[in-house]
Design a binder for this molecule. Sequence first.
Ligand code: PMV
Length: 440
Amino acid sequence: LTKWTVDDDGNLLGEISVPLKPGVVGGTLSTNPAAALGLEICGARSARELAELMAAVGLAQNFAALRALAGSGIQKGHMHLHARSLATNAGAAEYQLDEVVARLLASGDVKAWKAEEILKDLSGSEVNDDAVTATAAGKIILLGEHAVVYGRHALAIPIPNAVRAAVRPCDNTTTVSIKEWGLRAEVTAASSDGVAAAINRILDELDARDTRFAIDVSSCLPMGMGLGSSAAIAVAITRAVARSLGQDIDDERVNEIAYACEKLAHGTPSGVDNTLSCFSKAMLFQNRGSLHIQPLQLAEEIPLVVAFSRQAGPTQEQVAGVRARYELDTVRYEALFDQIDDLSLAGASALQARRYDELGRLMNVCHGLLNAIEVSTPDLENIVAIARDHGAVGAKLTGAGGGGSVVALCPGTEDAVRTALERSGYQTLRTQTAGGCANE
Ligand code: PMV
């Protein structure tokens, strides 16, 4: 298919002949956002331009393959690539990848079992047996985000045991790693943002500034996706550090400390994230200067699908944006928050009685109001539309918005909704969402 020659001026000339018939409208472009995004990135304005681009890429790949065959051979690079995918499949975090790949290649056994063995060994040296562990829940807000910052009710359910922290005292600097996020950081007195700042606060609150810890966190919650990951990390670390110090602190105190960490991260949090994380119970939550928590009894796991948009939603920014618009139009925003409050109250009764159709309608109205206060995005709207089209009785953004996640209520249609979303290129949360099981 290809022909390589050198012209009279010494230039390398490549030619490729392949039948190509791509399109730039309709077809998969309207159903698969990944295809539309690809087209936008490459900037092709016509089917012909796209075909030319594809041919050019094919030609470049062909040249790379010829070069590899004519050079040191492709085996070396291939084994490296293979080792990397084995390491990833074995569950190596980003920061562990190079080490696992190097050890795998050096062992001569580039096999899945070997990758698992090396990773176990590596993780074992990071968290040894004297580590003390604790877990915390993530959360899904079914109704009431943003309004809850203004003293209204929010209806939320836990994602039990979503985050685990393992801590062990050490002699050097305090360190923290979050495997799934590829994050590894030192915690020094000067650390003033992110998880390191939260750890400083936790150590202060527990009177442990002079003790050093190696802290390893594993999280099934992605970062900044509206599922309460920062609060869950603060709760799990607080519990594990307190246990490691032999301090017996109750959940109220853990909640207080995690709330202080949330204030560092988000400015003016309502406290819904840390409270859910700490108590791991479905609840109607309200904070009007003091907490009012009404735990809900759920008879079964709620048929939900949570999908991630392509953008993280920075909570602080979204909350600040709503605050600015609230200041400009306080009467209207107060009325919108009152309506959201009504939805949360009605939703709590519907949820407990398993009246899912009604709860779904309330979620749809809530999404409309969240859109009205400008925290939705085109991507979130797309996810909501796909979920509803495939049988969700309700779908709305959850958490701060501006990116983040959508929660869809799908009695009897969970599989269809999940499949449709994944086919459209959206990842979904694959973990048990509610049922009230306690943290360890
Ligand atoms: O996006 P998250 O998981 O941080 O949830 C934020 C929920 C808000 O109501 C927008 C803020 C809050 O403090 O309650």
